[in-house]
Write a protein that binds this ligand. Structure first.
Ligand code: URA
Length: 211
């Protein structure tokens, strides 16, 4: 479990809100750092804030967000247990795709979020999150104890029934992945000799492609 406190996570959110590292700060209403408990075992990562998110300062609160909430519920997951964020924290004007320099300037915040929460499962929502978090991968990936689960972006599924069916089916398996990741964490904790640094165990991890 992460040693990070809520205060430390909120301090990071504060730094994100004040960030002026890329031009998107000039057109945003506000930055959208992320939302959810520091104890979340599942993190969901989307592309970037849309219009509603920019206005409200929270991720996935527009139409795609409502669908995400419904999909999580139908998979037996409560959105309040999940930490939700995006690759970039400020809305690109007109919801255009994020540019490479914007992703580059913002990525360290996502890296900090991941290392603070140490989630067991990361839901990778859509192609932008996929190319940032799992470049070159197609399917599910395990890195150490963590499982990365690529999923269609809910916004894409809103307008495409075929994608919706696939997204629903994929989402239904997330609880199973969480259980697997937790079992793997327990197995590794039991295997680390007393006194050995956890980092030593992590450094032997191989990138494992499941499918
Ligand atoms: N789409 C995203 O990728 N992120 C949001 O926060 C909202 C819509």
């Amino acid at each position: 479990m992460p040693a990070t406190t809520t205060e430390e996570l909120l301090e990071l959110h504060g730094r994100i809100r004040e960030c002026t590292a890329c031009p998107l700060h000039k057109t945003r209403i506000q930055a959208v750092p992320g939302y959810g408990p520091v104890t979340a075992r599942i993190m969901a990562v989307g592309e970037g804030p849309g219009e509603t998110e920019d206005r409200e300062g929270k991720p996935f609160v527009g139409a795609a967000g409502q669908l995400l909430t419904r999909l999580l519920e139908s998979a037996g997951l409560d959105r309040r247990d999940i930490y939700i964020t995006n690759i970039i924290k400020c809305r690109p004007p007109g919801n255009r795709d994020p540019e490479a320099e914007e992703v580059e300037a913002c990525s360290h915040f996502l890296d900090e979020q991941v290392s603070m929460l140490q989630p067991d499962v990361i839901l990778v929502l859509g192609r932008h999150a996929l190319s940032r978090l799992l470049p070159g991968a197609g399917g599910r990936v395990r890195r150490g104890e963590r499982v990365y689960v690529p999923l269609y972006h809910p916004a894409a599924a809103l307008y495409n029934a075929t994608l919706m069916d696939t997204l629903e089916a994929d989402m239904r398996r997330v609880r199973e992945y969480l259980a697997d990741a937790e079992a793997e964490r327990s197995r590794r904790a039991a295997a680390v000799p007393i006194g050995a640094a956890a980092d030593d165990a992590a450094s032997t991890d191989q990138l494992a492609l499941f499918e």
